[in-house]
Structures are given as C-alpha cells and as structure tokens.
Write a protein that binds this ligand. Sequence first.
Ligand SMILES: [Zn+2]
Length: 447
Amino acid sequence: MMFDPAAESMQPSERASVQGERLTSLVRYLHEHVPFYRERLEEAGIKPDEDLSVDDLPRMPVTTKDDLRNNYPFGLLAVPTGELARVHASSGTTGKPTVVAYTAADLDLFAQVVARCLAMGGARPHMVLHNAYGYGLFTGGLGVHAGAERLHMAVVPASAGMTERQLTLISDLKPQVIAATPSYALTLAQAFRERGISPDAISLDYALLGAEPWTESMRAEIDSSLAVRSTNLYGLSEIIGPGVAGECVEVREGSHVNEDHFFPEVVDPGTGEVLADGQEGVLVITTLTKQALPLLRYRTGDITALSRGTCACGRTLVTMAPVKGRADDMLIVRGVNVYPTQVGDILARVPTFSPHFQLVVTREATLDVLEVRVEVTEEYARSITAEVLSQDVIEADHTLREQRAQAARLLRETIGLSTTVTLVAPGGTPRSEGGKLQRVEDRRHVS
Ligand SMILES: [Zn+2]
C-alpha cells in the first residue's frame, strides 16, 4: 500500500519538473531569508531570479554539520523564532548539540513523509504500532508517532528503555508493528527468549528499524527472533528526522527516498564531485520544501549509492543502498576503501574475539600497512590463564593462532586487502571517550 500514490509512483520526468520548480522557489527563499545562504549563493554566482532544475545543484554550495554548529542555535533559521512550532536537538559528540526547528507546516510534512515510510514497511491504517524510539529531543520518537497517527494507526508511545515493561506491553496490547533502533530490537528479542516466549507467540508482523547503520545478518536475526519482516527507516534530524527514506517490505534492497521533498545526490568524499548512479560516495540532501530550516546540499556523511527504476512495489522514487558507514570513519588503504563497521562485522564471526577492536594504519617505505587490533573475549582469556593475558600466552595458544589466521583470510576475501591481525588482552584497545569512539589511528601523516 502507498500512503501517497500520486507522489510515490509519479513519472520521473514529471517529478523532475516538480523538483525544479521547488528548487527555484527554495533558492529564492534562501536568498531572501537566510543571510548565510545569500552570501554563499552570490559567491557561487546563483541569482535569485534564475529558473533552476536539479541539474543546477552541482554548482551550488554544500552545507556541513560545521555550518550548523557555527550558527548555533538559530543562525540558519529562515523564519522568526516566534513562528516555530517545535525544536529538536541531536547530541553533539563535541560541545554543543545541533538544534533543528520546525514550523507547523514542517511538522505536517514530517508526519506525511513518515506515514509514507511506515506504509512502505508494511504498516496499515488501524494497526497498532509499538513505538520504541526515544521520545524527547531526539526526532525519532515524536517523528514516528506523528507519522503513525497520520496513517490512522493506534500508537503505543513506549519510548526506549525499561525492557521488561515493553515486553508486557507487546504481549498484552498485541501490536502488529514495532519501530525501534535495530540494536534495541535485538535487545527485545533476547528478552523474549529469556522469558521463554517463542517468536510465533509474538504478535508483531513488521519492524521498522533505523537511526543507526545495520547489516543483513542483524536483519536475519531480528526477522527470525521476533518473527517479523524488518525494513530500514532512514533519516537524520538535520533533514527532518525519520521519513527521509524507507525500504519497501516487498523488496528490501535499499530505501526509497522521498525525493520530491528531499533531493539526494551522491558525491565523492574527497573532491565533492557528483557521482553517477551506482557509484558509492557521500549522500548529500537538499530539502526542497521545508520552511524553518531549509538546507541546501547538506552533506550527511553517510556512505551509499543511488539507483533508479520502477521498483516491484510500484514506486518510482530513487533508491539508496543500505548505508555502509560514515565518510568521517572511512580509511583509504592502498587504494581500497575500508570502513570500521565492515571490519567489525567480519571480526564478529570469530567466536573468541570481543566486539572491541582498533585499526592502525602505518606506512612502511611507500606501502600502507593496516593492522587490525582485536581483543580476546574475557571468557576465553579466563579459560586459558588466571593471570592477565600476556602476548606470550596469546602466541602459544593454538585456537587463537588459528582464529587469527581465519580473521585475516576473511578480511582479505571480503575487503580485498591484506591486513596484520593482532590479538590483545581484554581492555587492550581504546574505549569511547566523550561519546566518540577512537576506532582508527592513522599514523601515516605523523613524521
Ligand atoms: Zn519498492
């Protein structure tokens, strides 16, 4: 079912002309109401009276997270604060949060695009939705809530946490749909298992999961442990919150972007050059219709690729591949792109390895060397020695030597890069400091 079939299955040529008109109005609006953009547009030689199409976007300025931070809290607003209906904020890893603001019309758009995505993921009017996204400054909880109401669902505003109570609510209220982060869906699945409740006994049919990158192996585990079909719900607060894109339950091979409101481009992480469909790069989004905080070419930092064509679900919206990681975290080693999340997925397949690891890149002569440092699990460490696990003990242990070789082989086959895998004792790699995990140490530029 489509929430808005006219928009979601519109002919691409017709949609392109709608997008062009909206972009033309947006540029005029930014020029008039946001000094920051007026200056940037003038520098780029874009006149407010030009008739534009989305093909003109590559010559327009890009907006970054730093631009939002530097204009904290309301420097990029296009309306007076008196016209705002709501403000959300995302936690900053350094210093101040990023503040995003909505007019009443923006909230109406927010509800509409989330309703579209919920319907993509299998939700229907009159179903019950258990909303385990956090309510509060985070856009997830209230965003999904309003979208579900717009779709005429009954919402249980469970928010995140208090897992025991969530199990009781799900068992008693029998929702067909759940919205949560994928990691929290796994927590709930684990808790159901511990209570001895089998997947068949859980009422849920559909799970809409987002707000963090996840993998096909997590999807398989969530599908089987909750007996659902799970789909990705993509968004970010700077653009609007959830509702930017969603996976259709029929195909589940990437998310359909609500491109009549959020126009996506994929650019080269280094040069910023726009890439062709199918090529992987950083997702950049222009909000075509927002009032309070419209953003031109906002660099999301998420790594993905776009593809076009009519999906089996009937939608003609452009599709974005599952997010592979963050551009900020990407490493280029001997010409190969390496994402820490990808390495983590591979290491997770080795039973004696803990989830804690670190990547260290060095340069020997002219050759880059990638060292993957991974901790042995506490459990395995205890099983081989009562002492603190020393490097000598690691080298002497047959199982660890074998699994280290297995990890190196998996990394070579999957990423296409030879690595040095080093096993370290529990606690031997850095933990997150101030919320930001230092997974990568690049020593190539240190002289
Ligand atoms: Zn589809």
